[in-house]
Design a protein around this ligand. Structure first.
Ligand code: URA
Length: 441
């Protein structure tokens, strides 16, 4: 006979939970027989004491078993998905899913809505008139099996890892999100339950990411790769930089418009680079070789799959995207080289403009957000626009400008002492986007 208090005490005192304890506590919590305050106390004990590899794997399995596990293994094409831990301007899923489908894989992408300063894929797509996030499993299967579509981006049903849904909401309000085993099991329980055969994780690192330090991100990536691999999902993780926003937009409809530029063969270089890099990894994990995703972006095949994917979910790919009613410009205060544009500050400003939500269930504005006119490394002139702020609620402008007060640095190259010891350039050194790659050990 188990008791929640015994399980909490065992972890509080640094013990290792047994398989039976983990199965019981997750199941009893799902059925409402372990109270929220008890589960919160256990989560806090896990934050402090950690979990072993065995405990984390069992915890993940228990969360998967709390609901239904989808199975797409009978589809004619291999399935592969991507998960990003979230960043500012991270619209990569939008061009990536149809691109990978155009290259021969099926992409079952269950996504979420944004909370705080990072955007959510579903919020972005919901700015397309008519587009629906809720797709029944049988319809998902039809879309995935259709070679002219092959990708679906939708909300996870209520019965997919329900224990995680309840626990994540509790962790959000009890200061217990920051635990590598809890984050890894939360993300991976949903990804394993969604039935993908292979998975590429994009673990963001830096100012605008959930994890600021490379070492922490490596640890999380390794834990998730282990969980996926042990559950029979071919999994690899890329660690990618999130110190500056990705691309030139942060905000829902603004990001959809930028994704369309990428699908039309243009778009910002960093978005194209990350989309193609992730597509190559996804195709490799899916066992598809001999196809270069860069070609499918350039020749319009990815765009064809995008249009079919949007239409399959009720959206009109030709409808004009919503535009915010008010804009204001932040001008460069000096002439020089932009050496820093802070992802967190830009994300917070976009959020304050109405692109994000403070609480689950809050509405978001489709047109709100920020257009970025210069990225680190670019030359700027005093008085030229640096950022354009968009919103339907102009009373939000002062708070957004406040968030951007220390968001950037402009350095006058002529004023830098050439004998400076800074390396490799006294003014600006462009950081690589791809920081590391973690595979199963
Ligand atoms: N995203 C999740 O889905 N779960 C976490 O615990 C953290 C981020």
């Amino acid at each position: 006979m188990h008791s929640a208090v015994d399980v909490i005490r065992a972890k509080r005192d640094g013990g290792e939970l047994t398989d039976a304890q983990i199965d019981w506590v997750v199941d009893a919590f799902t059925r409402g027989q372990v109270a929220d305050e008890q589960m919160s106390a256990l989560a806090m004990a896990i934050v402090w004491r950690g979990m072993t590899r065995r405990e984390t794997a069992r915890w993940t399995a228990a969360m998967i078993n709390s609901g239904k596990r989808l199975d797409f293994s009978d589809l004619p094409r291999p399935t592969v998905d991507k998960h990003s831990t979230g960043g500012v301007g991270d619209k990569i899923t939008l061009p990536l899913s149809p691109l990978v489908a155009a290259c021969g894989a099926s992409v079952p992408q269950l996504s979420g809505r944004g909370l705080g300063h990072t955007g959510g894929t579903l919020d972005k797509l919901e700015s397309i008139p008519g587009w629906q996030a809720d797709i029944p499993v049988e319809r998902m299967r039809e879309i995935l099996a259709d070679p002219a579509i092959g990708a679906v981006i939708c909300a996870a049903g209520a019965d997919l890892a329900p224990a995680d849904k309840r626990l994540y909401a509790l962790r959000d309000v009890t200061g217990t999100v920051e635990s590598i085993p809890l984050i890894a099991s939360s993300i991976m329980s949903k990804k394993i339950a969604e039935g993908t055969g292979a998975l590429v994780l994009d673990v963001k690192v830096g100012r605008g990411a959930f994890l600021k330090e490379l070492e922490q991100a490596r640890e999380l990536a390794a834990a998730m790769v282990e969980l996926g691999t042990d559950a029979g999902v071919r999994t690899v993780a890329l660690l990618t930089a999130m110190d500056t926003p990705l691309g030139n937009t942060a905000g829902n409809a603004l990001e959809v418009a930028e994704s369309l530029e990428v699908l039309a063969g243009g778009g910002p270089a960093d978005i194209v680079e990350l989309t193609v890099t992730l597509a190559r990894e996804m195709l490799a994990q899916a066992g598809i070789d001999g196809i270069d995703p860069a070609d499918a972006l350039a020749d319009g095949r990815a765009m064809d799959h995008w249009r079919a994917m949007i239409a399959a979910q009720g959206g009109d790919p030709d409808a004009p995207l919503p535009v915010a009613h008010h804009t204001e410009t932040l001008e460069a205060p000096a002439t020089g080289t932009l050496t820093r544009l802070d992802a967190l500050d830009v994300g917070l400003a976009a959020w304050r403009l109405g692109a994000g939500r403070a609480r689950q269930g809050d509405p978001v504005q489709a047109g709100a957000g920020i257009r970025i006119h210069a990225k680190p490394g670019d030359s700027v002139k005093a008085g030229e626009p640096l950022l354009t702020l968009h919103t339907d609620t102009p009373e939000a402008f002062p708070a957004a400008f406040e968030a951007l007060r220390n968001a950037f640095d402009i350095v006058d190259p002529a004023a830098v002492d050439p004998r400076s010891s800074s390396h490799p350039s006294p003014v600006f050194a462009r950081m690589p986007l791809l920081l590391d790659r973690i595979t199963a050990s």
